[in-house]
Design a protein around this ligand. Structure first.
Ligand code: SAH
Length: 341
């Protein structure tokens, strides 16, 4: 069976050719699914009964099952979806204030059920790993939320459950579908992939010429400290990470975002700032300071975020403090468990 939501535009056209239907029908189908947000062939009123039947015989439109949703005081909404095999994932909708006369709806999507990376401050990693998501399970998070919330998503962050680069091929294919003009039509610079720092994949993406925004979770510029909270640092220590980041910037001529979650008494001391400044030296980066979200591990928020941001700016390194959203419903960074408490 052909999984329509997992197809690129070329694949969809090839599929229509295979079932001996004209190419414009593929475009109409895309219009129904992505434009008009339909999820069954029966809703497609300009398709004949015969065509609908044919499509049903050869293909399907993947649908997630919404288990629950929770609304935060700040308007952020978290969705708990069940997959066909019963596994659960979470997706977060963040509505921003009108910016320059434009409403920005960001969707934070998951790429895996659970996560293998085991970062000590992140709840997702604590509950283990089940499997990678398929392309359509990734894409369906967007189509589903657009349909039920009746809004257009115009920003995507791959910052939900999982490490996107451990599901590299599916993530890249999903990005193409999300960006495709005839499909979801979300600008490539409005799609961000966040990684905990998988060096080979950072280089691979650099060679891909895809132009998405890349974010790297740094959190400490000291090898010992970074290894203590992010086991991946033992495999790809800071020197290697910096080299990969430099390679990415050189290849793409694009700025990278570095995420730095500030933990009281751990990575917020003067020597941590010195090391962070030195790590950023010579790199075209934007440092995104995130006040750590308190999970069960007992990490506390640092009050030094503004000081760090100001010090970075003084050295001409772009920096901002991320406005945390949805922490009252465990929808903020590092709080997704896929359990729907
Ligand atoms: N695996 C990817 C993407 C998912 S996490 C990655 O590591 O980048 C998205 C962001 O939230 C990452 O920067 C992650 O380090 C951060 N994060 C995780 N737990 C957090 C917490 N408790 N508080 C603040 N940010 C957290």
């Amino acid at each position: 069976m052909n999984d329509i939501l997992g197809m690129t535009v070329e694949e969809l056209e090839a599929f229509f050719k295979e079932i001996e239907e004209p190419r414009y029908r593929a475009e109409q189908l895309a219009q129904w699914i992505y434009g008009k947000r339909m999820r069954s062939f029966d809703e497609m009123t300009n398709f004949s009964k015969k065509l609908k039947q044919k499509l049903k015989e050869h293909s399907y439109i993947y649908t997630l099952k919404l288990r629950t949703s929770q609304l935060s005081k700040d308007g952020t909404k978290k969705f708990l979806f069940a997959l066909e095999d019963g596994e659960l994932i979470e997706t977060v909708l963040i509505k921003h204030q009108k910016e320059a006369d434009e409403i920005r709806n960001t969707l934070c999507i998951s790429t895996q059920v659970g996560c293998q990376m085991a970062c000590s401050f992140c709840a997702t990693g604590q509950s283990g790993f089940e499997r990678n998501l398929t392309v359509s399970e990734i894409v369906a998070q967007i189509t589903h939320v657009q349909r039920i919330e009746k809004l257009k998503i115009n920003n995507i962050v791959f910052m939900g459950m999982g490490e996107p680069f451990l599901n590299y091929d599916n993530v890249i294919k999903a990005v193409k579908i999300i960006n495709e003009k005839k499909f979801l039509n979300i600008g490539i610079r409005r799609i961000t992939i966040s990684t905990c720092g998988l060096v080979p994949e950072i280089k691979k993406l650099a060679d891909e010429q895809l132009d998405v925004v890349l974010a790297v979770s740094l959190h400490s510029a000291d090898n010992e400290k970074r290894s203590a909270i992010m086991p991946i640092n033992k495999k790809y220590p800071l020197e290697k990470l910096k080299e990969a980041i430099a390679y990415y910037i050189e290849k793409t001529n694009r700025r990278i975002s570095l995420e730095y979650a500030m933990i009281k008494g751990f990575n917020d001391r003067p020597e941590d700032l010195r090391k962070l400044l030195s790590f950023c030296g010579g790199l075209m980066v934007h440092v995104n300071i995130i006040p750590i979200n308190e999970t069960e591990q007992g990490f506390k928020k640092s009050e030094k975020a503004a000081h760090f941001a100001a010090s970075l700016k003084k050295k001409n390194i772009e920096a901002s403090i991320r406005q945390e959203k949805g922490s009252d419903i465990d929808a903020a960074c590092g709080q997704l468990k896929g359990k729907g408490r």
